[in-house]
Write a protein that binds this ligand. Structure first.
Ligand code: ADP
Ligand code: MG
Length: 447
């Protein structure tokens, strides 16, 4: 059983990807996992103001994240910690520049929830699964690099962690990083003039696992550093496994030369799962959560159309947590009703409605393909506000905004964030829309 500190470090890792950078730095970065009891997880924060803000604004997101990590229903409480607690403790920051070079630190990075034994294999992912097993059994020899791509929530990170676990238990030294973390640590390393140390952390291994490469394709320096590591590892016959949301040839900002490096080995995709695979995943997830759910309910869930497995799993967690809290049984009827109302709430996203209304557009125009100046501006503002006000991830925002890819959303978000600081008219428009959003927050709905 993980300690409160370890659980909270994992939660912070997940939360960092789900909330805006500003919110993470301001409200979450200094928090600590204090204690984890049967039903309550206590998070320490530096002052009452932060505790109140987190309770009001992020309570449900933090709770959902913790439920996923501990695999049972648990509530969260934010409390002010005293200074001695920090001085006496050796809280490690998950993002510190050295990233933890000890074996222990690396082992900690692999989620116990993501192993080969709980990965369900179906037609959608058979090749990716077989290739990942091969990379850890025969590192650097058969497929190098192995490049796995799929849309979000289809099991790429799960497979990388599974390689990590297997490598830790069978010998080869392994390093895992997400491209986002790699970028953050690289920037810190530049500031601290420790780029060599940073690079050697990844070149000093037998297997290098690099998750979500799409995050660095437009970051020139980071990309250069990544390919230096790539070349060194490749020349030393070390195994490289990369995941991304697209095939290398569709990763637009990359030069043809770099694309071709990624194509030297094997490229496999993971497709959305079919009914049988969805059902098997639900069975294993319900079992892991120690939640008795009837076959009928699992079948009903698996039959629905889900964009990805994360959503499917999220629905199971939501339903079982709700049933436990309200002490009601999950029947096919209640499940149907709850899912229908959750879906319709999700489709009616208040921020989109408010932004569309402000610009005299319909929500369909906002999410559609039209590119006239007004629609494009409104769309970018929606991207910005969904992140800032509702803490939506870029992927979630893209989904709600007409299934746009997350690179488009990041671009829109950054454009507004930058322009706002130099364009008073835009600043004023956003303040007005924010006011409308806040007055609508009587019944907030996060996406
Ligand atoms: P991605 O990295 O592609 O966005 P993840 O690896 O984070 O997706 O998977 C999202 C969730 O779905 C995780 O909880 C993961 O365990 C689960 N999942 C995905 N594919 C499978 C599978 N084949 N078997 C079991 N669980 C899966
Ligand atoms: Mg992932």
């Amino acid at each position: 059983m993980d300690s409160a500190k370890e659980i909270w470090e994992k939660a912070l890792g997940e939360l960092q990807l789900q909330v805006s950078k500003a919110n993470y730095t301001t409200w979450l970065k200094t928090s600590r996992g204090i204690s984890s009891q049967e039903n309550i997880f206590v998070v320490g924060v530096p002052n009452a103001f932060v505790a109140e803000w987190l309770t009001k604004r992020l309570h449900s997101l933090v709770r959902r994240t913790l439920i996923q990590i501990v695999g049972r229903d648990i509530d969260v409480q934010f409390t002010v910690y005293n200074k001695e607690q920090i001085q006496n403790s050796s809280f490690a920051c998950a993002n510190q520049a050295d990233g933890g070079t000890s074996t222990k630190a690396k082992v900690d990075r692999f989620s116990p929830r993501y192993t080969f034994s709980n990965f369900i294999v179906g037609d959608c992912n058979r090749l990716a699964y077989a290739a990942t097993v091969e990379t850890v059994e025969n590192p650097g020899h058969t497929y190098n690099p192995l490049f796995i791509y799929s849309s979000t929530g289809q099991g790429k990170t799960h497979l990388l962690h599974a390689i990590g676990h297997r490598a830790v238990s069978s010998g080869p030294k392994v390093a895992y990083t997400s491209a986002e973390r790699f970028t953050n640590e690289f920037v810190t390393a530049i500031k601290q003039k420790r780029v060599e140390d940073f690079r050697s952390k990844f070149t000093d291994v037998r297997i290098f696992l690099f998750d979500d490469m799409q995050f660095i394709t437009d970051k020139k320096q980071t990309l250069q550093c990544f390919f230096q590591i790539f070349n060194e590892l490749y020349n030393n016959n070390c195994q490289i496994v990369i995941t991304a949301d697209h095939h290398p040839k569709d990763m637009a900002p990359l030069s043809d030369k770099l694309k071709s490096h990624l194509e030297w080995g094997l490229i496999v995709s993971i497709q959305p799962p079919d009914f049988e695979t969805r059902l098997s995943i639900l069975v294993i997830k319900a079992d892991e959560m120690k939640m008795p759910v009837s076959d009928e309910v699992l079948q009903l869930l698996a039959k629905r159309t889900w964009q990805n497995i994360r959503q499917l799993e999220g629905a199971l967690i939501y339903l079982t947590a709700r049933a436990k809290l309200t002490r009601t049984e999950l029947t096919p009827q209640t499940v149907d009703m709850l899912l229908t109302s959750a879906t319709s709430r999700q489709q009616k996203n208040p921020i989109m409605e408010i932004v569309a209304d402000y610009f005299n557009l319909s929500v369909e125009e906002l999410t559609g393909k039209g590119r006239n100046k007004k629609t494009a501006l409104a769309r970018h503002i929606a991207m910005y506000l969904m992140r800032e006000e509702d803490n939506c991830s870029f992927a979630e925002t893209g989904k709600v905004l007409g299934n746009r890819n997350h690179a488009t959303i990041i671009h829109g978000y950054r454009k507004i964030a930058t322009e706002m600081t130099i364009n008073p008219k835009l600043h004023h428009q956003i303040s007005e829309i924010k006011e409308k959003i806040h007055s609508n927050k009587a019944s907030p709905k996060k996406c």
